[in-house]
Design a protein around this ligand. Structure first.
Ligand code: AGP
Length: 606
């Protein structure tokens, strides 16, 4: 996600603001910018790394300023370029705003502001915020910001400054983090504590709906009704490296804990009542209506997400969903015809095999719908339609929150295709309702971390694992096995549970535990029989099932429960469990889950 820094003081140096912004580089970004107010009100922003900003500001580095804000952008609306970089300014170039989050209703607001004569220069959702503040400003910046943010739907963390207000920054948050601090005569705010630690370890975390005024010697916090609020001051004893990981040992663990927020970000602005709204799909909607077959290409974790999409769409419609691993698809006779729709799934948007598969399909006349996390990535730019995952940058090599975000987007895409093909009914409405409620349930699943950690401790020394599942449980088994393989280096095989008797069961013995994905779904009893078969070979069994199903204790050595949901959504519900189980084993074996041997975050080679 984007990074925000704000500073208020006396004779601050521009290079201080840039150095503070650099503390947020670890979050990943594609452009950066700053605005500062001293003798002059200046805004400087560029696509690319902060070093480009530093070089452009070289002669200003020692320049003194009183108020400054800075931003690293992770593009969600509008590709990475100088114009879309933050800060954004109003028509009079008097107000500057930096923003982290997604404004769901920015199109409606933009139309209203244009009708009032405002001129826009960027493609971003953020720019509507600064023009809204301009529209509301009558001399009191705090009041103007309060009025403006009341009109926003979606998630925001913003810092706002005005060229005529030389002693304060106004900040506001809902759904995206903001932290305040005061130290050595400097008032500070940032997206996380890392940039504050140079000045103070006493910090305040704003809460949703808070609006704050930050000055060089203190801050005031208000609720949306203008009532003053007190917020707890925390003492941060982390060093900077720990702060980047939210105080956790690894980015991967922090990112697993972000699973619920990643799903929120994938869904935000895309569900209206009991309907899915995917405006991005408009160019191919006519092709999707009555479609008989959809092609899908992807790799690794994205391939397992694709399998969930296949089960989902084929379960509700007569559409054939042909899923291929990209590295196979690109070398075989593609069976793609003019105006076929090919869905390409890639969080990085740079996976070479997936890119080449897309190019092959386009040469045969296919239209490309990509599900991608990186705006402006090669896949994004080469697709007819891109549906962004909005998961923010994922630092750990192993896909965790991006897998959850991919699934979120794919369920929405699947529901939209189902609706376009005239199958909208009470069950699909139920799926959508359960999907929208899922982030809260994922928080419940994450609270099982201590139990999962104990399980990891118990099973960490085995050299083999077999993951099994049926239907939607099979992709979960595949993803669970991949997570364990890639970060703990333990051999893990995944099979359709019904396949055990066709050979794999020969592997089982007391040294070959089975991780059974066995939710309360339509095939529960079939899978239960497979688990009993496995147990009869004296294999240890871990059962991952649905809360309340006590029969699992009779067939498994250990049981992890997740809350009940629609059977199609268990891959989402179970994602944190399979991720945490693998993470803790890797950590307990003294390995670095963030940087597994032999692996890269994006496989840009064949
Ligand atoms: C997932 O944990 C792995 N890092 C890997 O399988 C990854 O999913 C695969 O390389 C595809 O990456 P992409 O989604 O960026 O295309």
């Amino acid at each position: 996600m984007c990074g925000i820094v704000g500073m208020v003081g006396e004779n601050l140096k521009v290079e201080d603001l840039v150095v503070s912004l650099q503390k947020l580089e670890y979050r990943g970004y594609d452009s950066a910018g700053i605005a500062f107010l001293g003798d002059e009100f200046e805004v400087f922003k560029k696509k690319g790394p902060i070093d480009i900003l530093k070089n452009g500001l070289k002669e200003k580095g020692s320049k003194g300023f009183l108020v400054g804000i800075a931003h690293t952008r992770w593009a969600t609306h509008g590709e990475p370029n100088d114009v879309n970089a933050h800060p954004h300014t109003d028509c009079r170039n008097e107000i500057a705003v930096v923003h982290n989050g997604i404004v769901e209703n920015f199109r409606e607001i933009k139309e209203y502001l244009i009708s009032k004569g405002h001129k826009f220069s960027s493609e971003t959702d953020t720019e509507v915020i600064v023009h809204l503040i301009e529209e509301e400003f009558e001399g009191d910046l705090l009041q103007a910001v309060m009025k403006a943010v009341r009109k926003l739907r979606g998630a925001y963390a913003i810092a706002v400054m005005h060229r005529k207000v030389k002693d304060l920054i106004v900040a506001a948050r809902r759904g995206s983090p903001l932290v305040l601090g005061v130290g050595n005569g400097v008032g500070l705010l940032a997206s996380d504590v890392t940039p504050l630690l140079r000045y103070t370890r006493n910090v305040v975390f704003l809460e949703d709906g808070d609006v704050a005024v930050v000055k060089k010697d203190g801050y005031e916090i208000y609720d949306m009704d203008g009532n003053k609020c007190e917020r707890k001051v925390y003492y941060i004893d982390w060093d900077e490296k720990a702060a980047e990981k939210g105080g956790h040992k690894h980015f991967m663990y922090k990112e697993i804990l972000e699973d619920p927020q990643a799903l929120v970000n994938a869904l935000v602005g895309r569900v209206k009542g009991d309907r899915v709204v995917l405006e991005e799909l408009e160019p191919v909607e006519d092709l999707l209506k009555g479609i008989k077959r959809i092609k899908v290409v992807s790799c690794g974790t994205s391939y397992y997400a694709a399998l969930v999409f296949k089960y989902f769409v084929e379960n509700f419609t007569d559409i054939d969903v042909d899923v291929d691993v990209s590295s196979e698809f690109r070398y075989k006779r593609p069976h793609v015809r003019e105006n076929d729709v090919l869905v390409a799934i890639s969080q990085s948007g740079e996976t070479a095999d997936t890119l080449e598969s897309v190019r092959l399909a386009k040469r045969h006349g296919a239209k490309i719908v990509s599900v991608v996390n990186v705006v402006g990535s090669t896949l994004d730019r080469e697709s007819n339609v891109s549906i962004y995952m909005n998961a923010g940058p994922e630092i750990g090599v192993a896909a965790t929150k991006t897998y959850v975000a991919e699934l979120g987007v794919l369920y929405l895409l699947g529901l939209k295709i189902i609706e376009l093909n005239g199958v909208w009914n009470e069950e699909t409405k139920t799926v959508l309702d359960r999907l929208v409620r899922m982030p809260e349930l994922l928080e419940n699943v994450l609270r099982k971390d201590p139990q999962i950690r104990e399980l990891s401790e118990k099973y960490k020394d085995y050299n083999h694992f077999m993951y099994i599942g049926r239907n939607y449980g099979y992709p979960t088994a595949l993803e669970g096995a991949l997570k364990l393989k890639e970060i703990s280096y333990i051999h893990a095989a995944a099979y359709q549970a019904g396949e055990l008797k066709h050979g794999p069961i020969a592997l089982l013995d007391p040294n070959f535990p089975v991780f059974a994905v066995i939710p309360d779904d339509s095939l529960f009893f079939k899978t239960k029989n497979n688990v009993i078969e496995a147990r009869s070979r004296n294999a240890k069994v871990i059962a991952l099932g649905t809360e309340g199903n006590k029969s699992l204790y009779e067939i498994a050595d250990d049981v992890i429960f997740v809350p009940p949901t629609h059977e199609s959504l268990y891959p989402l519900m179970m994602a944190p469990v399979i991720q945490l189980f693998a993470y803790h084993i890797a950590d307990m074996k003294g390995l670095d889950p963030d940087k597994p041997r032999n692996l890269a975050k994006s496989v840009t080679v064949e």
